[in-house]
Design a protein around this ligand. Structure first.
Ligand SMILES: Nc1ncnc2c1ncn2[C@@H]1O[C@H](COP(=O)(O)OP(=O)(O)OP(=O)(O)O)[C@@H](O)[C@H]1O
Ligand SMILES: [Mg+2]
Length: 611
């Protein structure tokens, strides 16, 4: 069969443009963009097999209008013939001798106009994205031979969301989409928040994986709200203590700068006093030991026991988290190498990609109480990097389980995280920061953030609230929504700007080694692996405990002098010695002239690179 050719099923097909068409019926009534037809057939059965979701072509004078069947009935009110209704979607026009599809119709059909099933060639014309870069993510449900495209540019810059109940293939779909984004846009960096540690194998060596074991996010990068959330473990903070923190953090930052200037003076003459002007949220390093000494100092000056209590409690809280090995990613070696912010940002967002333009940030394994704050810091840094770099490096920030971080219920989750995500949603595109959200609970997702996602991939959803939410979010092809509860695994209805047309499609199948899965699902007892009862449980207990134990086991085997000192600055309680430590720590790797400092920094760098 030739391309664009279609079989003639019954005798009354016409021969328009030299192509035989399968005549479905003719137009009987029109209401706006809704058209009703009488189907050609006998005894209430149409001659051509047709069902909801099929595309049709209406020959309205010189125009070819395209519509989608929405309802079918075998004959209403005693009428003998079958009837159908359809929604008009657009029309096929000839542009420079080639067929092209445009949304919306310039002229409407008239009663009696012929309606045919859309030939596959024309279906391709409808789904062919024109203009910007396109990529294929699957195949059309209508015709598995017709590729389903995304318009990568529009998908990225106007944000997207993947929605669906658990187990319908959201993560697999995200893996397919991101793979295509990586292929078509080499300049884009992707940062994926992998809530269940399931994406590690999906992108091969194109992704750099950051896990709780190699994450380095020094506490000084956290702003006041975020550090307070960490200190109070997500519980409401005590106002008096926050006031103390807000007062001493800028002082600790100034103190740090003074050490740095004092140490730099040996190399470059510089005036002291530039330290002023840091706010509590300025992302510059400070030392926890300084913070504690400053609080301690203030406490010492107080007479009132109740006021002293706040200071005392604050110190206890800070020390408790600093000593908690699960928070090692924030506190261990946080000051080694001095001001490492540039390196940290470059590492997180793959600014020097070295063939790995993507970061998979595994969150499972981080203490529950701290995840919100970590997500908040990462989101905020992604956005602020976009602002201050004027969008020089486009970044796609993908967030799994988005309803956890940007819940519609204001009492759930961490307000600053919602705010950070919502800033990316509202203003991100101006600064080259784009959002991809994945959720199984769209109705629980903040509606304003969701409304900024111009492309929606709706997978199976059975919950009424989620369906109602989707109906409110989708403006075109509302008729397709009725298919949402019955979609199969891997099937999706794509709406919005990132696709040429709203379409029901199936994502490309992923080979087993590229499917998102967490380690545990691959090791279920049924998978054929022999698991010796006691040994298995023993290993589980070991891992369980290991997660809450210090990584170095107290032996400091992987730390040389300087890195060790960084952990316990001023352990000898001697102020001069502390100053010494400060100076040595603050020297940046490039400045390091002294051999001992260099070894220490090399050790610190090696620790960093173990990641
Ligand atoms: N495109 C695909 N290619 C191959 N397998 C798929 C695809 N989509 C879904 N599957 C199958 O469906 C299963 C569930 O998919 P997936 O983990 O992506 O769902 P999910 O919606 O992300 O689930 P959850 O809500 O639990 O995260 C997969 O294990 C896989 O077997
Ligand atoms: Mg998933």
């Amino acid at each position: 069969m030739l391309a664009g050719e279609w079989t003639m099923v019954n005798g009354d097909g016409d021969n328009r443009n030299g192509v035989l068409a399968s005549r479905l019926g003719s137009v009987t009534s029109i209401e706006g963009s809704k058209v009703h037809l009488a189907l050609a057939g006998q005894n209430g059965r149409p001659n051509v097999r047709v069902t909801v979701g099929n595309f049709v072509r209406i020959q309205a004078g010189a125009a070819d209008l395209i519509g989608i069947i929405t309802t079918l009935a075998s004959g209403a009110g005693g009428q003998p013939g079958a009837v159908a209704s359809l929604d008009l979607l657009g029309e096929i026009v000839l542009k420079d001798g080639a067929k092209s599809f445009q949304r919306g119709v310039a002229c409407y059909p008239a009663i009696g106009d012929a309606v045919d099933l859309l030939p596959p060639g024309d279906l391709r014309v409808v789904y062919q994205a024109t203009g910007s870069r396109t990529a294929t993510v699957g195949a059309l449900y209508q015709d598995p031979e017709t590729p389903a495209c995304i318009k990568v540019e529009d998908l990225l810059t106007k944000h997207f969301a993947v929605l669906g109940t658990t187990g319908v293939g959201k993560s697999s779909g995200v893996a397919v989409i991101l793979d295509q984004v990586l292929r078509t846009r080499q300049d884009v960096r992707i940062f994926l928040l992998d809530v269940h540690n399931e994406y590690a194998s999906c992108f091969g060596d194109r992704a750099s994986i950051i896990s709780p074991h190699n994450l380095k996010l020094p506490f000084w990068l956290f702003n006041l709200e975020e550090i307070a959330d960490v200190i109070y473990g997500g519980r409401p903070a005590i106002d008096e203590e926050i006031e103390i923190l807000a007062e001493v953090i800028p002082l600790a930052k100034s103190k740090y700068v003074q050490y740095k200037e004092a140490s730099d003076r040996q190399i470059v003459k510089r005036s002291i006093g530039k330290s002023a002007g840091y706010t509590v949220d300025t992302p510059v390093p400070y030392m926890l030991q300084d913070l504690i000494s400053l609080i301690d100092e203030r406490m010492g000056r107080l007479e009132n026991r109740v006021s002293r209590m706040h200071y005392h409690r604050l110190i206890t809280r800070i020390e408790a988290i600093r000593n908690d090995p699960r928070y090692g990613f924030m506190f261990e070696n946080a000051n080694v190498g001095g001001d490492m912010m540039g390196e940290i940002v470059a590492h997180l967002f793959r600014l020097e990609p070295d063939g790995r333009p993507m970061t998979i940030m595994q969150l499972a394994g981080l203490p529950m109480e701290v995840i919100d704050a970590v997500v908040c810091v990462l989101c905020r840094m992604a956005f602020e990097f976009g602002i201050w770099s004027e969008g020089a490096i486009p970044l796609l920030f993908v967030c799994e389980e988005a309803h956890r971080y940007a819940s519609a219920d204001r009492s759930i989750g961490f307000t600053p995280t919602r705010r950070a995500l919502s800033r990316i949603a509202r203003e991100g595109r101006k600064h080259g920061v784009f959002l991809g959200l994945v959720t199984q609970r769209p109705a629980e997702l903040d509606a304003t953030i969701m409304s900024q996602c111009s492309t929606l991939f709706a997978m199976r959803m059975t919950n009424d609230r989620d369906q109602a939410f989707l109906a409110a979010a989708v403006s075109d092809a509302v008729n397709l929504l009725s298919f949402v509860p019955s979609l199969g695994t891997g099937e999706v209805i794509a709406f919005g700007e990132g696709v040429p047309m709203p379409a029901r499609m199936k994502f490309h199948p992923l080979p087993p080694e590229r499917q998102p899965r967490n380690d545990i699902s691959g090791r279920t007892p049924g998978s054929g692996e022999m698991i010796a009862g006691a040994a298995f449980v023993g290993a589980v207990v070991e891992r369980w405990r290991g997660a809450t134990m210090s990584k170095s086991g107290g032996g400091d085997t992987d730390l040389t002098g300087l890195a060790r000192l960084a952990r316990e600055p001023g352990a000898d309680g001697n102020g001069a010695a502390l100053e010494q430590v400060h100076r040595r720590l603050l020297r940046r790797p490039l400045d390091a002239a002294e051999a001992p400092a260099e070894t220490g920094l090399r050790a610190a760098k090696a620790l960093w690179q173990q990641s």
